[in-house]
Design a protein around this ligand. Structure first.
Ligand code: ADP
Ligand code: MG
Ligand code: MG
Length: 205
């Protein structure tokens, strides 16, 4: 059908969801150490809901798929992450509106738009020890010299998540714990690196 989702988009979403389910325990442990311990379960709950409705994505445009993802994550994930991912996906969907076959540059633009929406809603920037420490460098790399270089975007996300371990928290619940969190990475940034790596692996040519 016209505007039907690229099967690779569905495969990428499946891979991201399965990875988040696989990471539930690690993210829970990490959020227990530096936050309130719910991130792993929250993201896994969202991922299971996404897997359950994956079949309904097949005949929709990329923009419609991201809008559906946004609604499902808003409903199922909860917490700070649920609201932020929902806002980011909605903005990313807007960036893809009307594009029947989005290319690498379109996807890079969508990721950057989504990350920007998260930064606005979260009132956070790079270096605030949040998911943006992985997401913003990844978006920048994806839209850089070789648009669509997912492997480069993944290493940028991983480096950013690793660097978050050296940052004293200023946003989210971690900020209540102050310097006690130093040495451990931000769980939200680790989650971004994990789902992005799964997408890259699923789309590897
Ligand atoms: P909570 O349990 O505090 O509601 P979650 O466990 O759902 O939050 O998500 C925690 C993650 O959300 C953090 O590790 C961080 O990456 C991200 N985060 C928290 N606050 C913000 C913010 N203001 N802006 C961007 N990301 C944030
Ligand atoms: Mg939490
Ligand atoms: Mg919570």
């Amino acid at each position: 059908a016209a505007g039907a989702a690229d099967p690779r988009l569905v495969a990428a979403i499946r891979a991201a969801a399965e990875r988040l389910i696989g990471e539930e325990e690690r993210l829970t442990e990490l959020d227990r150490a530096v936050g309130d311990g719910d991130l792993g379960a929250n993201l896994a709950r969202g991922a299971r809901a996404v897997l359950a409705e994956l079949g309904t994505y097949e005949n929709r445009s990329a923009a419609a798929v991201l809008r559906a993802l946004s609604a499902t994550l808003r409903r199922t994930v909860g917490g700070t992450s649920g609201a932020l991912y929902a806002a980011g996906l909605l903005r990313a969907a807007g960036a893809l509106e009307g594009k029947a076959a989005p290319g690498a540059g379109d996807w890079a633009g969508a990721l950057a738009a989504g990350a920007g929406a998260i930064a606005t809603l979260g009132d956070a920037k790079i270096g605030d020890r949040t998911m943006l420490d992985a997401l913003l460098p990844a978006a920048e790399r994806l839209g850089g010299a070789a648009p669509g270089d997912l492997a480069a975007a993944v290493s940028a996300a991983r480096d950013g998540a690793a660097r978050s371990a050296d940052i004293a928290p200023r946003r989210g619940r971690s900020s209540y714990l102050g310097e006690r969190v130093l040495g451990l990475p931000d769980p939200g940034a680790e989650a971004v690196a994990a789902w992005l790596a799964a997408i890259a692996a699923a789309l590897r040519p």
